[in-house]
Design a protein around this ligand. Structure first.
Ligand SMILES: Cc1cc2nc3c(=O)[nH]c(=O)nc-3n(C[C@H](O)[C@H](O)[C@H](O)COP(=O)(O)OP(=O)(O)OC[C@H]3O[C@@H](n4cnc5c(N)ncnc54)[C@H](O)[C@@H]3O)c2cc1C
Length: 475
């Protein structure tokens, strides 16, 4: 039988463990692992549709994380006698050209359910002409073939989806790292730096919950740390609404989304933890959250680009406001509502924000300011180190009332602030100008009398903004 050459086109699957496309490609006699830096993913992009607007596609924290992930993957491949070939250009020309160069019999890739990624796949498939593009699914807990329903019949609300998968679907075992075939002689090319991609390397901030380092090596270390070294999983259900600190939640999201970590690997680790340490509500709850992640992936497979419309999958007719000045204040963390501002400043400085922070910051923009939720989501797309199209736009649509829940998802931001940050430790961490105030006042500095503010050395409108809306009426 003639020997075979495979090209593995890596995208957001930057790992060797549990990588179904790699496992399939590695059965060839020669394997060329390739990553294409697509310049259209960086710099200014247009959010299409009727009210189109521009935004920065990928900000510094995610770019730096991705560059680190690529460097780590190259090293891991080199340790196994292979390499990562890196090229810059449009995948639809780069991948076919490399496939022709090594006379590839097939190109292997992981498919994604989101429209942009699907379009790129289609163009690459067209460019390859007679060489097959072999697509595999490898980024969710459940494989779509194992769901108890067809993907286009997935429930539009989470609870029935969760109940059905919990009772009738199983998670496949993660695949081991395969032996790697030899690599055809091709210049490996140079790894990109953040500067090459048009952003500055983000500066470190001591207040960050974690220094997210890209790559499979750091991902597996974080799993080890969170489950085994600090034993934090034991209390996840109680701590997961936290705002400060390394271990109130797993912080797996950046690695899951860049594909440095497989959710099935996490699930297998939870199994092991349940065997050896404890099986409790917390171990169940981490899987519960991973099912949310799956839910949005399958929702995008079902509804596609409808998610990006102003009225979302519910096709609601909402008269969203267009107020660039207000949007800008929200982005900078200068709304005058400390809980929202702290969250936005954390995002801007570190690329991360807790789930509680995201819910409140998003709800404030969509439900209190009534600004087009997609502009907020696009800003998160730029800034988040863990951005994923389905998780981000799916959650935003949900909070804005145009997604997977018909109930009003508006958050009482002031009530949430007092409940989840009773000592105002979070707001004062990110808004040191409020540090001298008693906790209740730090959440609502406008309630102090001018004399009290003067006593604490705070001048509203000078040291910290006046609130841009009156939240007293919100629920
Ligand atoms: C407006 C908004 C935007 C969001 N954008 C993103 C995004 O772009 N990327 C992203 O990964 N998550 C997003 N989330 C979901 C959630 O906030 C993050 O997954 C979580 O904060 C990441 O921290 P963690 O890994 O410590 O989470 P943990 O609490 O430890 O959860 C474990 C994992 O479960 C998954 N998960 C948890 N909650 C959700 C959820 N609501 N939806 C989908 N997956 C979930 C994540 O993969 C997470 O890493 C968003 C939530 C909101 C409200």
């Amino acid at each position: 039988m003639a020997s075979k050459t495979a090209l593995l086109w890596l995208r957001r699957d930057l790992r060797l463990h549990d990588n179904p496309a790699l496992a399939a490609a590695a059965s060839a006699d020669r394997l060329l692992p390739v990553y294409v830096v697509d310049p259209r993913r960086y710099g200014t992009a247009t959010f299409g549709g009727a009210d189109s607007f521009t935004f920065e596609k990928t900000g510094g924290h995610r770019v730096a994380f991705r560059c680190e992930a690529l460097a780590d993957l190259r090293e891991r491949l080199r340790d196994r006698g292979s390499d990562l070939v890196v090229r810059t250009g449009e995948p639809s020309s780069v991948v076919p050209a490399l496939a022709a160069r090594v006379d590839a019999d097939a190109v292997h890739v992981h498919t994604r359910p989101t429209p942009e990624e699907r379009t790129v796949e289609r163009r690459v498939a067209d460019g390859l002409e007679d060489v097959p593009l072999v697509r595999r699914w490898g980024h969710t807990l459940y494989h779509p073939d194992d769901l108890p329903m067809a993907v286009d019949e997935v429930d539009d609300t989470y609870t029935p989806f969760r109940k059905r998968v919990e009772s009738a679907a199983t998670v496949r075992d993660p695949r081991p790292v395969p032996d790697l075939p030899t690599r055809p002689a091709v210049d490996p090319g140079t790894l990109p730096t953040p500067g090459d991609l048009g952003v500055e390397n983000p500066s470190h901030d001591d207040r960050a919950v974690l220094d997210f380092e890209g790559g499979e090596t750091a991902a597996l270390e974080r799993v080890e740390e969170y489950l085994w070294e600090t034993d934090s999983l034991r209390e996840y259900k109680e701590t997961r609404n936290g705002l400060l600190g390394r271990d109130f939640s797993s912080k797996f999201s950046p690695w899951l989304n860049e594909g440095c970590l497989s959710p099935r690997r996490v699930s297998a680790e939870i199994d092991r933890y349940e065997d050896r340490r404890v099986a409790n509500d917390s171990t169940y709850w981490l899987r519960f959250e991973l099912r949310w992640r799956d839910f949005f992936q399958f929702q995008f497979a079902k509804h596609g680009a409808t998610f990006f419309t102003p009225g979302g999958i519910r096709e609601r007719d909402v008269d969203w406001m267009d107020d660039e000045a207000a949007l800008d204040r929200w982005k900078r963390g200068e709304t005058g509502i400390p809980f929202v501002d702290a969250a936005m400043r954390e995002l801007n400085r570190t690329g991360y924000m807790s789930n509680r922070g995201r819910q409140n910051a998003a709800s404030f923009l969509a439900n209190d300011l009534r600004i087009d939720w997609r502009k907020g989501a696009a800003y998160f797309e730029t800034r988040l180190v863990d951005y994923d199209p389905a998780s981000n736009y799916g959650n935003w649509a949900y909070v804005a009332g145009v997604g997977n829940d018909s109930r009003n998802r508006s958050f009482d931001v002031l009530g949430q602030a007092k409940r989840y940050d009773p000592e105002a430790a979070y707001v004062t961490r990110w808004l040191p100008e409020l540090d001298a105030l008693p906790p209740a006042a730090a959440h609502e500095p406008w309630r102090l009398t001018p004399a009290e503010r003067a006593e604490h050395g705070l001048e509203l409108g000078v040291d910290y903004p006046r609130p841009m809306v009156d939240l007293e009426g919100s629920e």
